[in-house]
Design a protein around this ligand. Structure first.
Ligand SMILES: Cc1cc2nc3c(=O)[nH]c(=O)nc-3n(C[C@H](O)[C@H](O)[C@H](O)COP(=O)(O)O)c2cc1C
Length: 209
């Protein structure tokens, strides 16, 4: 059994949940996708993890680190004692607002360190840069156009999960969509979004003294 745990506070609508869904579609073994923000009784999850073969953490990058609700879970599982979930291999599908997926390195190191202390196998990660853009391309086939590198990364991750093997962390950006283009698109986007959020034109244009 593979537990796909969505650690985004946005829940079902999140980019993390979407990426986990794509991964689930590539896995042949039985999977269960769980929304961490819906869990009211963590002991149910603990029971599932005690018999699962793999745990995939779907995580957005928050302030260069791990989302608080995932930290809370990690602390809880740690309190169960190292070795309690010794059979688990832990993988990560991370995504972030920045273009550079390598920005997740601290977050992934936190998960790896936790795995070592827990006596778990850290199986590796796929980190997806420009996550808001990639999460918005849901009608583009997984391995085409800007999704090409992400699709390849997800397939590689799925094969390692199935084989229960360890891979190097992989970092992907939108294929054929360079950083300068991403920044340009972001610049065009923030002002209309601020307006939508009720900010007035002069407030948007006001510069700091
Ligand atoms: C509280 C918070 C902190 C964030 N910190 C970072 C960050 O440090 N670096 C970054 O690139 N993106 C950051 N982001 C952006 C998210 O990682 C990005 O929007 C991601 O696509 C959200 O994924 P989700 O839909 O799965 O939650 C942050 C977002 C929030 C809400």
């Amino acid at each position: 059994m593979v537990i796909l745990l969505n650690c985004s506070f946005r829940g079902e609508k999140s980019n993390s949940n979407y990426f986990l869904g794509l991964l689930e579609g590539l896995l042949e073994e039985p999977c269960e996708r769980i929304q961490l923000n819906r869990i009211t009784d963590a002991s149910v999850l603990e029971e599932k993890l005690a018999t699962a073969d793999a745990l995939v953490l779907g995580m957005p990058l928050y302030v260069d680190g791990v989302p608080a609700q995932a930290v809370e879970l990690m602390e809880r599982l740690y309190a169960d004692g190292a070795g309690s979930y010794g059979q688990l291999a832990v993988y990560v599908v991370s995504n972030l607002g920045f273009y550079e997926a390598e920005q997740t390195q601290i977050q992934l190191a936190i998960v790896k360190n936790w795995c070592e202390r827990m006596g778990l196998t850290y199986g590796g990660a796929l980190a997806i840069g420009a996550g808001e853009m990639m999460g918005g391309l849901r009608n583009v086939p997984m391995d085409q156009g800007p999704n090409k590198a992400m699709g390849e990364g997800l397939k590689k991750l799925a094969s390692h999960i199935s084989a229960h093997s360890v891979m190097e962390n992989a970092f992907v950006q939108p294929t054929g969509f360079p950083r300068w283009m991403y920044l340009l698109a972001a610049q065009m986007n923030w002002a209309p979004q601020a307006k939508k959020n009720g900010l007035k034109r002069k407030e948007i244009r006001r510069r700091r003294p």
